[in-house]
Design a protein around this ligand. Structure first.
Ligand SMILES: *Cc1c(COP(=O)(O)O)cnc(C)c1O
Length: 352
């Protein structure tokens, strides 16, 4: 049978039964890409892999959680779902809502979501509400609405989201035949680091692997609530997908760090952009700025001596850079050379 999405693939680890009607866009099964050029550029002697979650159907890892959350919402007879979003959750909820035939409401911070993500939610047919406030305020809002009205919350505080997202860890272990020694990941609301850690632990309990990675999560410096140990009321960063000042899975992220002997750090926007460009130019992978926080984190951790040589290191690239062409064009420094359509003019511009 051809690949039919992560619930079918990993159903024995997921809360579904044979009669569950699965809502899927065949998400998951994303490539784990060996990144020798990038490792060389960083100057690190490890087996470096990039898990490119931008290859999911709506272009981010959010689809892993959303197939599960919407499947369970539909099973429970929900007529509507709602989420707060920095962009990718809304795109994903809207897509799976469309597939399920369920009404989708999304709350976004006005002016702070990448245009590609907004265009997705619009095309998939969600009801889009832009609030004059940030993600944390939008999340407070939808939590209250979903507790009082018959609309299912599909943010990562919904436990089914975490269940779906943990399959990313299964895929990495299936590909490597073991867990990596280090797992680097961007941290925003901290659902994904929570989910990966759960996935690795479950695979070990099942006897499929016998090691666990050190979990290394990275926030953006202007939104680094966990690192600072306090809620940030006005989070700022160019990496809008992790522009979150009060992570919902804060405690679980700290548990993943502490249980694994890992770390949660933060990286500046400058380092994020540097990594974002480096990944694209050395490996041919255009991820989102937020995604590059994992690689910026690796560079920082390597400099600090945290990473042992000759180990397996996985960096999660959470989303697809095509969602945010404004930043790609702004930071690429590429200049587009213009000339006439005459071959001789083109050759001259080519320097031939
Ligand atoms: C949602 C998101 C994150 C942050 O994930 P959390 O689970 O909120 O920590 C990082 N990168 C991208 C591209 C995202 O969409």
């Amino acid at each position: 049978m051809y690949y039919q999405g992560l619930i079918n693939k990993y159903r024995k680890y997921l809360p579904v039964t044979d009669s569950t009607e699965i809502v899927t866009l065949n998400e998951g099964n994303t490539p784990l890409i060996k990144a020798d050029n990038l490792a060389k550029k960083i100057g690190i002697n490890v087996n470096l892999y990039l898990k490119f979650e931008g290859c999911n159907p709506t272009g981010s890892f959010k689809d892993r959680g959303m197939t599960m959350a919407v499947t369970k919402a539909k099973e429970a007879g929900a007529n509507a779902i709602i989420c707060a979003s920095t962009g990718n959750t809304s795109a994903s909820a809207a897509a799976y809502g469309a597939k399920a035939g369920i009404k989708t409401f999304v709350l976004i911070p006005d002016g702070y979501i990448a245009l590609g993500k907004l265009s997705q939610a619009m095309m998939y047919g969600a009801e889009i509400i832009a609030i004059k406030g940030n993600f944390d305020q939008a999340l407070d809002c939808v939590r209250e609405i979903s507790s009082k009205y018959p609309v299912t919350l599909v943010n990562s505080v919904n436990p089914y989201r975490i269940e779906g997202q943990k399959t990313g860890a299964f895929e990495i272990c299936d590909a490597l035949g073991k867990a990596p020694e280090y797992h680097f990941i961007p941290v925003g609301n901290a659902g994904n680091i929570t989910a990966y850690w759960k996935g690795y632990k479950e695979y070990r309990e099942a006897g499929i692997i016998n090691n666990l990675p050190k979990m290394a999560g990275f926030e953006a410096e202007g939104s680094a609530a966990i690192v600072r140990g306090e809620r940030i009321l006005t989070p700022e960063t160019i990496a809008t997908a992790i522009r979150i000042g009060n992570p919902a899975s804060w405690k679980q992220a700290e548990a993943a760090r502490d249980e694994s002997g890992g770390k949660i750090g933060c990286v500046t926007d400058e380092k994020i952009i540097e990594a974002y460009k480096m990944i694209a130019s050395t490996e041919g992978i255009l991820c989102e700025p937020a995604s590059a926080a994992s690689v910026a984190g690796l560079i920082q951790a390597h400099t600090a001596g945290f990473v042992q040589p000759e180990t397996d290191v996985v960096c999660i690239l959470t989303g697809n850079g095509l969602k945010d062409p404004d930043n790609a064009i702004k930071y690429s420094n590429a200049d587009v050379k213009k000339t006439s359509a005459e071959i001789n003019d083109v050759l001259r511009v080519m320097g031939i």
